[in-house]
Design a protein around this ligand. Structure first.
Ligand SMILES: NC(=O)C1=CN([C@@H]2O[C@H](COP(=O)(O)OP(=O)(O)OC[C@H]3O[C@@H](n4cnc5c(N)ncnc54)[C@H](OP(=O)(O)O)[C@@H]3O)[C@@H](O)[C@H]2O)C=CC1
Ligand SMILES: Nc1nc(O)c(N)c(N[C@@H]2O[C@H](COP(=O)(O)O)[C@@H](O)[C@H]2O)n1
Length: 230
């Protein structure tokens, strides 16, 4: 059984994840960063696409020492399992995610990855192969279930989030709408990729909560199953 999958993102008031240069920018405020750290610390694993690693070089560590200690006291690693979806093994060997903080890392490649690159990365992370060209997300999430991973936080970016929605693999969506305008027709958005064409294919969401956070708003959605359940 695949884990419970929830997406967390911060977007500008005009619906952008970043600038047209795909540069990391601060969209949410301190309270939201604390909330993100808390939900990260409660997750078994956290996942991003290679586009996010190349753009942001995130560490995806739990930042608050008390939260890390709570995990350790529960007999867990200080950080959730950190996962990069990276068909072609493009993760730089000096990426922060491979070096900052203790804990397990998984880089998921496809059969199209250069074996020499995966061999280099295998010094820093478990390498898993799913799919021929792109990573087969459905099969990989089933694999995570076999590892005992029950909750998976997805931190972006828009291409990976799109794929997960397109394959019906998202259970919840947390969107922090920040008080800035970024603009740019080509700037990343929460769900990029090919986009749905037919209304019947649009995933439907149920609004669970909406509350002010910093100078923005946090929207908590669950995703309706195609059979009508949540
Ligand atoms: N504001 C926020 O909350 C956040 C903002 N961001 C921003 O988002 C941007 C990065 O997003 P984006 O460029 O879309 O990159 P993503 O992080 O979504 O990574 C996408 C890449 O993952 C690889 N991939 C492999 N298999 C799959 C699959 N099955 N489905 C989808 N992708 C797959 C592909 O590259 P390949 O084929 O080479 O493997 C693809 O191009 C940056 O600007 C970053 O700053 C990111 C996270 C959060
Ligand atoms: N919640 C949130 N608010 C913003 O304003 C953001 N720009 C992001 N970006 C995400 O945070 C990641 C940074 O991770 P580390 O601090 O390096 O662990 C970054 O990659 C985006 O995923 N998030």
């Amino acid at each position: 059984m695949r884990p419970h999958v929830f997406v967390n993102l911060a977007m500008s008031a005009d619906g952008k994840l970043s600038t047209i240069e795909r540069r990391q920018v601060r969209i949410s405020g301190d309270a939201d960063f604390r909330r993100v750290d808390l939900i990260k610390s409660q997750s078994d694993a956290i996942m991003v696409g290679i586009g996010t690693v190349l753009a942001d070089d995130p560490s995806l560590t739990v930042k608050d020492a008390t939260l890390r200690k709570e995990r350790a006291d529960d007999g867990r690693d200080e950080n959730p399992v950190r996962i990069v979806i990276d068909s072609r093994a493009r993760t730089p060997v000096d990426a922060d995610i491979l070096h900052k903080g203790p804990g397990r890392r998984i880089i998921v490649v496809s059969n199209s990855a250069d074996p020499a690159k995966t061999a280099l990365l295998s010094e820093y992370a478990d390498i898993q192969v799913f799919g021929d060209e792109r990573v087969d997300m459905s099969a990989f999430l089933e694999y995570l279930g076999t590892l005992g991973i029950r909750s998976l936080m997805v931190e972006g970016g828009g291409t990976l989030i799109w794929s997960l929605f397109a394959e019906g693999l998202v259970d919840e969506l947390y969107t922090c709408v920040g008080n800035v305008i970024i603009g740019g027709a080509d700037a990343p958005t929460p769900a990029d990729g090919d986009g749905f064409i037919n209304e019947a294919d649009f995933p439907s969401l149920v609004l669970k909560d909406a509350k002010r956070i910093d100078d923005g708003i946090l929207l908590c959605w669950s995703v309706k199953k195609k059979d009508g359940g949540e």
